[in-house]
Design a protein around this ligand. Structure first.
Ligand code: FAD
Length: 575
């Protein structure tokens, strides 16, 4: 004879006909007293309903999508022998997090602070692993810097620049295009359409996973609570685990006229307000050079000033040389080993003084100046102190290989935990944090994080660079293949490129790779996989690559190292 007892919805306050968004048990399950059985969501709050006693579920009366009110029947259960069958506790007894007491009081198993590529990836992965997740983002759009003012809009504009440059180059093949007419408004709208499609896609993905998105600026109040101030006032979010993904901001140089709209950061430059006649880019790193590519294609006269003795510091000189040779033909000045000492806002433009090896004798006047000298982490702006999170002097939050901060239930990922500040680092770190919280084994321990400058030509590298190998005294063998010997590169007019691979002289395993040329950013992925898989020169050389392609140059570079190349004279025989 069955001893089944009806389990009904306990008093949950001023809520009627609340949505069932999750059913956490199935018929036949044995569950402990106070284990969560269903999750409810009203327009004001989300709450888990606990089991009133230990026992076995005999029949479920609700499913996801149903609505339920106080005293509504959830299921029947056969209590364990000796179990105390009494009125279920109020939801405030939910063990995983604090109870929802008012619309301004929300609880989550995992709260993610920041909705960039790190934050939304962490939130989605945690939700997919069964966690109840709240995602806090200060702006209306999800997607962070990458989707809104970084990777994606810059690539939409760079694609336009590429088409402009390519059509101009087609004259060599007998096709002459008229000078392009630029409709800046349409161009901005096109870029915005791409951004909107992606950011709105994120809203849908969050909804499908029941990730609750709260708009507002979040600050920690304790190791288990974040206060969020946004358009709906103040909301307090209680959490079991937090993942900080608050990203970074452009560095501003004190003393420059930073309030003058003619002095831009990358966000201003991407807004594409106008096409300046003369533009100075301060900083010859990846972001500055990408924006220079865009504005030059649109008609601006470009000067670049870089403190170091090469553009893209950190990248091998032989790769950078190829890019430098191309842009030296297009840009007005590339001032290396030089810095800006002063910028004065004048009526006719920004008057810039320089100092250093290649400083012009006189100050120069520009219509716009883009300052692109790096990004600084946002760790100091999240109220880290009440939670006890350690933030270093620069604003980074140190983490271990599980992405855990010094506070055991708080994790951090993305730009705020350190360099390189790249979206693909953030997303991989995000998954590690979410998986560790969900009790899965995970580790952030990549052999390399590839870097790409989406310039014209592109520059990409991964693993050990040649300059690092020399500085560290690491023995290596090099296989380098000039694109002038690639049929495909010649066919598309991109013969200036170079692909080089570095190998361990003993094991012949790949150590690093660098590519400069069209689509280098796409090509480098193969080298990253080769490194992660421990491939050697023979593996790469014997892998049949399609012909004629640019990715063949990776195979040819391995053959150069092996001495088996036939498309060129093998290096050893040259002696
Ligand atoms: C012009 C440009 C081009 C780039 N191009 C590339 C590229 O091609 N490839 C690449 O890999 N990387 C690129 N990057 C870098 C890339 O955008 C970042 O590495 C990436 O966005 C970092 O992700 P994140 O999640 O750590 O932080 P972010 O994307 O910075 O996101 C952090 C989010 O947290 C929010 N936030 C911060 N503090 C709070 C708070 N207290 N409360 C609520 N919300 C908060 C912010 O509003 C933001 O939305 C580019 C960057 C720029 C500027």
């Amino acid at each position: 004879m069955s001893n089944s007892v009806e389990v009904t919805l306990p008093p949950i306050g001023d809520f009627e006909q609340v949505d069932v968004i999750e059913v956490l048990v199935s018929s036949g399950d044995h569950i402990e007293a106070e284990a969560s059985i269903i999750t409810l969501e009203s327009d004001k709050a989300t709450m888990e309903i606990p089991s009133p006693f230990a026992g076995t579920v005999t029949e479920l009366m609700v499913k996801v999508g149903d609505k339920i009110s106080q005293r509504g029947l959830i299921m029947t259960m056969e209590p364990d022998e000796g179990a105390s069958v009494q009125e279920p506790p109020e939801p405030s007894a939910v063990p995983v997090s604090e109870a929802v007491k008012s619309p301004t009081d929300v609880s989550a198993e995992v709260v993610v602070l920041g909705g960039g590529p790190g934050g939304y990836t962490a939130a989605f992965r945690a939700a997919d692993l069964g966690k109840r997740v709240v995602l806090i983002e200060r702006y209306q759009q999800l997607g962070g810097v990458c989707l809104n003012v970084g990777c994606i809009p810059s690539k939409a504009l760079l694609h336009t620049a590429e088409i402009i440059n390519e059509t101009a180059e087609m004259e060599r093949m007998g096709v002459k295009f008229a000078r392009p007419e630029i409709d800046l408004e349409q161009m901005r709208a096109g870029k915005e359409r791409v951004v909107k499609r992606l950011t709105q896609g994120l809203v849908g993905l969050a909804k499908q996973r029941n990730v609750q998105v709260i708009q507002g600026t979040g600050k920690f109040e304790s190791p288990n609570r974040i206060g969020v101030v946004g358009p709906e006032g103040k909301i307090s979010v209680a959490f079991d685990h937090a993942i900080v993904a608050c990203g970074s901001s452009p560095v501003k140089i004190p003393g420059f006229p930073n309030e003058d709209p003619r002095l831009m950061d990358s966000t201003d430059a991407l807004a594409l307000e106008e096409i300046p006649k003369k533009m100075l880019v301060v900083g010859g790193g990846i972001i500055g050079l990408e924006m220079a590519t865009v504005y030059h294609a649109l008609g601006s006269e470009i000067d670049i000033v870089e403190l170091q003795d090469q553009i893209i510091p950190g990248c091998d000189k032989d790769l950078v040389r190829v890019l430098q040779k191309q842009i030296a033909k297009r840009y007005n000045r590339i001032l290396l080993s030089t810095s800006v000492s002063d910028i004065m806002a004048g009526k006719d433009g920004l008057k810039v003084s320089f100092e250093g090896k290649n400083a012009p004798d006189e100050a120069l006047v520009y219509d716009k100046v883009l300052v692109s000298v790096g990004r600084s982490p946002n760790g100091r702006f999240i109220g880290a102190e009440p939670a006890g999170i350690h933030v270093d002097k620069r604003g980074f939050i140190p983490v271990d290989e599980h992405m855990r901060t010094n506070v055991p239930n708080i994790y951090a990922i993305g730009d705020v935990v350190g360099n390189p500040m790249l979206a693909h680092k953030a997303t991989h770190e995000a998954k590690v944090a979410a998986e560790i919280i969900a009790g899965q084994p995970a580790l952030f321990d990549p052999l390399t994080i590839p870097s790409v400058a989406y310039t014209d030509p592109e520059v990409a590298w991964m693993g050990l660079t040649e300059s690092e190998a020399k500085a560290q005294g690491v023995a290596y063998e090099k296989g380098a293949f000039p694109w002038a010997a690639s049929g495909r590169a010649l066919a598309i007019g991109k013969e200036e490129g170079l692909t080089k691979l570095l190998f361990d002289p003993e094991t012949k395993r790949i150590l690093g790779a660098g590519i400069v040329g069209a689509n280098a950013g796409e090509l480098i992925g193969e080298a990253v996989l080769a490194l992660e898989m421990g491939a050697d020169a023979e593996d790469i050389g014997l892998t049949i690559h399609p012909h004629p392609t640019l990715n063949e140059t990776i195979c040819f570079a391995a053959e150069m190292a092996e001495g088996s190349i036939t498309d060129l004279i093998p290096p050893r025989k040259r002696k």
